[in-house]
Design a protein around this ligand. Sequence first.
Ligand code: SF4
Length: 508
Amino acid sequence: MNFLDAKSAPSREDRLHASIAFGGTCAQVKTCERAYAAGCTNLSSRLFTMAQGCQFTLSLAILNSIRNAVLIMHGPIGCGMCSVGNIGQNKTFKQLRDPASEGLIWISTNLDESDVIGGGEKKLQEAVRYADREFRPETIIVANSCVPALIGDDIDRILADLQTETAGIIMPIHCEGFKTKLMATAYDAVYHGILKKYIRSPDRRLPLWESDTDQFRAAYRKSRNVNILNVGSMSRADEVELRRLLEGLGLHVCFIPCYAEPKDFQYALETSLNVSICGTHDDYFVGHLEEKYHIPFVVDTIPIGSINTSTWLRKIAHHFDLDKEADRLIQAEKRALDEALEPYRKTLAGKRVYIAGGEVRIVATAEIIQDLGMEVVGFKAHHYDRFVEPIFNALKDVDEVQFSVATNQPFEMSNILTKLKPDVLITHVGGNNIAAKHGLPLLPLFGPAYNYCGYSGVFEIARRLNKTIRNFEFNRQLSLNAPLPFKKEWYEQDPFSYIKYVPERKPE
Ligand code: SF4
């Protein structure tokens, strides 16, 4: 893998043959994905689509979190304005890493009709100079939207010229929404910018010892360093839990890219192993770091659920020849967790659960559901690619469980919920409005302030599920007083009737 000579990362439709449209079972989606070199669901689409996301917006999940930065959104005023919704959270989370940290600072170039004719280059230059003069940030990030890409603004050239004038590093991010239907391409777009602008040898070595001249000590320290690639859907409590586990093995942990600052990326090369939390998020980054700097990586598991967390720990420990230490740690953690879960298993057993969200996280969450004696009745993934396959290994008997692939598409989900009638729904905070009108108890698939990862995350999910199931009066009242927006004829149809497959790849 090496795409760094290109201006921008390729779309995931092309690079990973991922897909956004499928309706069937877990067995079908896995089988047909393996049966075709390009993946049977690649290029499938819908005859009717509703509320599709855009990669510009998802790029902000990482970009908004970078500390000591000003973000310039180069486009019309509407692009990225969803950031308004997480300003407070963003500031709090930055300050959990560095109490002196500022909240999110962003500028829009506010392109209008006359800029579409005359070009947006002048506005971009003004915005960069203003950001540098007014805030003196360590970095100025420019997120490019559809309009400048369509009218041909040469942002790389403009920003290269401006770099000689500004104190901070200028990083262009090519995340124009129209280029892909796979929102997750956003992660590649952001990492493409990070790899080109932030990753370089450090000005000075990590200040772990007073004298840093000792080659042996430096080599030893590097041999114990692990980069954990955090994701925007992780909380600080998740980081604390993963750090606790890895420090229990004697490792030193560094979290990037979320809530890091540009200089943290310099130390990304002073590590023995890059560990992804989620392959969908990180494969582009770790693949390039391996190819260019020969740093090995772990990408095929996620520390959500007891089995998955143990697998994740064992893989990391194996790299450092710490297998026995990992076994001892896992045994102790599992014993304590089992004891703590016992009361919840009694109240939650037998409840039927539907899970919707990012492919890797939903399948990993199903492991917790089964661990608690509950039944998974269906999945809805934003998209499907090969990174989810190993996560299925921790599950029992899900071959006939329904699997849907849809980025948002609330009309399909509403139809599915009506037919499957789950007892509880686990889904994205932002995707809950229509789901809540079904009157179901609802647990957010992640919470920026609550623990989801590691062994303590399993306990926290069990505790919250137990609470949610006992009292969901708000959603019940919603279902009685706020009608669903779809016609009743729609609920008589197959939820997947609008999916269109490439004919020769249609799943059996
Ligand atoms: S699709 Fe294009 S115009 Fe729309 S929000 Fe995304 S980047 Fe902006």
